[in-house]
Ligand binder design. Structure first.
Ligand code: TYD
Ligand code: MG
Length: 461
């Protein structure tokens, strides 16, 4: 029987302390230390009976990485091309965002050709069945269970040999030898480690669902990020039906990819053409709106940037930004004022990226700057114009990556004109007909001139 001891653990970073403290010295967070009961390892480390084996790297033989298709291309892409055999994937997100729905839906494809075990610690078997019926999921190889005992699940993995296991959620699981309550940091960490060992030893792919809790009451998935192979975040505004899946960590692929889904009455639907979705419902003839071509991983996406510049009633005007970095907005306002002579001093400024999208690439600067200019001067920007480029502190436009993909996507979505940094023009293939007029601008002032020249007179007012 292992010895137990009381420790204080930071719910943010997992650092342990023998005594309570107001601040965690490791990550600097305040009020995050919680009392936990943990087990002390017995035995002498030097007397280990395990012998280390070593291999020369050239002699390590391994079969090609096996990946399972989940039936959802959007999820497969975020995973790096499918679910890797024997990997541990953590899917986290706010309660009610659609984690259980997504994982139950992929069981339809996964379960049609292999054995899949879906274990829920939150719902009874009847409830899972009801949800599966509603989603139209019934696969030959899908087994469901309602259980919260970690050891029992791992034993079933050993004897039943499923190829994929889904644990919904890690916060409900418990190891009976630990005294802490399910959902506590120690339980969550130890259960995850146990599932990790089982996944690697038995070559079973495991999905773990993890809830994020804003006030840190229960163990957030932050401490788990080090343990698992892949961390996916499912995000979106619960009021809106769109959901975005991102990889925050991936040992088997890029972390830049996103997957876009829409929550409908019969579950999640993949959005294969996010540009069309994000551009639908665009208002015509309104100032302060620009269309940006941004890269999300390897995929170009057209997004709408809206700026509202309104006379301020406050001594310190308001700057509000949704989907775009607040500090970056302040920098762009300063650059517009200093380098192009547009003063925003007496105006409130609001920036919004449509569709709940969050844009953090520098190539979005020009679109935001032009939306601010359009909003301030009340000049309407043509609906057929797409823009992208990074704005430097000198007001210059800097080259951006993936210019060809961006221009092609703009042309595909029916845009006729495109303003890009002049220095990016050399990246374009001269022999290719992009089907869109491309205008290069060296700085913000030139971009405003180009805009003036390409906007029809009757539309500009
Ligand atoms: P759920 O997958 O239970 O969320 P999580 O596991 O992340 O907590 O999703 C719950 C929400 O999704 C709930 O608010 C209802 C909605 N929903 C639909 O709109 N359509 C559906 O077909 C399903 C199953 C759920
Ligand atoms: Mg759930």
């Amino acid at each position: 029987m292992p010895k137990t001891k009381k420790v204080f653990i930071c719910s943010e970073c997992g650092q342990e302390y023998p005594k309570w403290n107001g601040q965690c010295y490791a990550c600097g967070a305040w009020g995050t230390l919680e009392e936990q009961i943990t087990e002390k390892r017995s035995g002498n480390a030097s007397a280990s009976s395990v012998k280390l084996t070593m291999s020369s790297i050239g002699n390590v033989d391994f079969p090609d990485e096996t990946r399972y298709k989940t039936g959802m291309n959007e999820l497969d892409r975020v995973l790096g091309g499918g679910l890797v055999k024997g990997s541990l994937v953590l899917l986290s997100g706010d309660p009610g965002i659609g984690k259980s729905t997504l994982l139950l839906q992929i069981c339809a494809t996964l379960g049609s050709s292999r054995k899949v075990l879906y274990v829920s610690g939150e719902e009874s078997e009847r409830q899972i069945k009801l949800r599966a019926d509603r989603l139209g999921v019934s696969a030959q190889g899908l087994y469901i269970s309602s259980c919260t005992d970690c050891d029992a699940i791992i034993e079933a993995m050993r004897t039943e040999k499923p190829e994929v296991v889904i644990i919904d959620s890690i916060q409900t699981m418990q190891l009976s030898e630990l005294q802490s309550a399910p959902g506590s940091l120690v339980q969550v960490r130890e259960c995850t480690t146990a599932f990790m060992r089982a996944a690697k030893a038995l070559d079973i792919s495991v999905f773990l669902v993890g809830h994020v809790n804003k006030d840190g009451g229960i163990a957030g998935p932050k401490v788990l990020e080090h343990i698992v192979d892949t961390v996916l975040y499912f995000e979106g505004d619960k009021q809106l039906s769109y959901r975005i899946l991102r990889a925050a960590k991936n040992r088997f692929g890029s972390t830049n990819e996103i997957g876009v889904f829409e929550m409908r009455d019969k579950g999640l639907h993949e959005v294969e053409n996010p540009s069309a979705m994000l551009l639908s419902g665009r208002p015509a003839g309104v100032s302060g709106i620009t269309i940006l071509c941004t890269m999300e991983g390897s995929r170009p996406i057209m997004a709408e940037v809206q700026a509202l510049v309104a006379k301020s009633g406050f001594a310190a005007p308001r700057r509000v930004s949704a989907g775009f970095d607040y500090n970056r907005l302040c920098v762009l306002l300063a650059v517009l004022e200093k380098r192009a002579g547009f003063a925003f001093g007496g105006f409130d400024v609001y920036i919004n990226i449509i569709g709940g999208l969050r844009i953090d690439e520098p190539a979005s600067d020009l679109a935001v700057a032009l939306a601010l200019y359009s909003g301030l001067c009340d000049k309407i920007i043509g609906e057929d114009v797409a823009v992208f480029g990074e704005v430097g502190l000198g007001g210059e436009l800097r080259a951006v990556s993936h210019i060809r993909q961006r221009v092609r996507e703009a042309a595909r979505m029916g845009f006729e004109k495109c303003i890009v940094p002049k220095s990016s023009l050399k990246e374009l293939d001269k022999s290719e007909d992009y089907g869109i007029s491309i205008y290069g601008a060296a700085n913000l002032r030139q971009a405003f001139k180009v805009l003036e020249a390409i906007t029809p007179k009757e539309q500009a007012q």
